[in-house]
Design a protein around this ligand. Structure first.
Ligand SMILES: *Cc1c(COP(=O)(O)O)cnc(C)c1O
Length: 355
């Protein structure tokens, strides 16, 4: 750290993304992205001569066509949609816009690490609400908390979801504080809370195209909330980075949203492959949480998770390990294509045979 770093960032612990090693070709199952290309319309959108001809101009800072495409996907109005350069940026803008410095925010003890990192950048105090023993979210504790709360639904890295009725209960116990529900994985078999924002002023639903729309490399996210909250977010965005989404990025997002059939086929395939992977792991003696996401979270009584990680990496398969309390004997494995999962399962079987 240089002597110029602002003192408020002392003690910062930046988010550590899944490793992206380049020393060989890996089966990459460590970042919950996909190796499947996006909808065919995305390539056509990028090849549009009008897009290229206009690259000398700034793109629409209101992101209107993209917001309209998102809104029509949910049956909402564009005024109820805020777009960002990935949902991480949207989460950042939410905390920047709605949380007082020094105020408190709660998230689960076992969850997406970025909430903690971003809270620390923003000078927020945080409370980690422990998951219950079965790794489900403690709905009562979140309902009781009287300041901002944020959690993924389904949660990561556990893969478990709570119902929209539970989210409503969390919203209604303290209507004066914000409830941020991060639905990064909602398209793999759980129910969205998107329609609830009309009735719940304090609810914000966040979503990303990085997972279920095969567009991590484009990095597009949004949140849904009542129009005056979206307006506040835009005011802060226009005071920070008005042109946060490039024209090619937005064109890709719109094209992907237009192809509902491709989206359904991709997410359906992931869910089928997930269930097969889970069944095969269980047959090998693993305990696998009943995931409704594009990853599985698994542990084995005779194989330490960290050894499993290291030996899979030696075999060319990347997975994700967390040296954190409660989950340090579990591995998170992204559900890839059937071929990728066959390699993962074959190598896992081989590792178990050597024990
Ligand atoms: C992947 C992920 C994100 C980040 O998505 P981006 O849109 O790529 O920034 C946010 N929240 C959770 C829980 C995620 O797993």
């Amino acid at each position: 750290m240089s002597e110029f770093l602002a003192s408020r960032y002392e003690g910062l612990s930046p988010y550590v993304p899944g490793e992206q090693p380049k020393d060989r070709t890996y089966v990459k199952l460590n970042s919950n992205e996909t190796s499947v290309p996006p909808a065919p319309g995305v390539a056509r959108a990028l090849a549009d001569p009008a897009l290229l001809a206009n690259l000398g101009r700034y793109a629409d800072p209101h992101c209107m066509p993209l917001r309209e495409a998102v809104a029509s996907t949910y049956g909402l109005d564009a005024a109820e949609v805020f777009c960002g350069n990935g949902s991480d940026e949207v989460l950042g803008f939410l905390l920047l816009t709605f949380c007082e410095p020094g105020s408190r925010i709660a998230f689960p003890d076992v969850t997406y690490g970025f909430y903690r990192d971003f809270s620390s950048t923003q000078g927020l105090d945080w409370t980690e609400i422990p998951l219950l023993d079965d790794f489900t979210l403690d709905v009562d504790a979140f309902a009781a908390f009287d300041s901002t709360v944020v959690f993924p639904n389904p949660n990561a890295p556990t893969g478990l979801a709570i119902s929209p009725a539970d989210v409503v209960r969390i919203c209604e116990t303290h209507p004066g504080r914000l409830v941020i529900v991060d639905e990064a994985y909602v398209d793999y078999g759980s129910q969205t809370c998107a329609p609830l924002v009309r009735d719940h002023r304090n609810l914000v639903v966040v979503h990303t195209m990085s997972k279920s729309r095969n567009l991590a490399g484009a990095h597009i996210g949004w949140c849904l909330a009542q129009a005056d909250l979206v307006s506040d977010l835009n005011d802060i965005k226009f005071s920070f980075n008005p042109f946060n989404l490039s024209a090619p990025t937005m064109a890709m997002g719109i094209a992907a949203l237009e192809d509902e059939g491709y989206f359904r086929a991709c997410t359906h395939q992931i869910m089928e492959t997930r269930e097969r992977t889970r069944a095969e792991l269980e047959a090998m003696g693993f305990t696998v949480l009943p995931s409704v996401t594009n990853f599985v979270f698994a542990t084995h009584p005779a194989l330490r998770a960290h050894d499993w990680l290291v030996r899979l990496r030696e075999a060319g398969v990347l997975t994700r390990y967390y040296a954190a309390p409660r989950i340090d004997d579990w591995l998170r494995v992204t559900v890839g294509t059937d071929e990728e999962m066959d390699v993962f399962l074959r190598e896992t079987r081989r590792i178990l045979e050597t024990l």
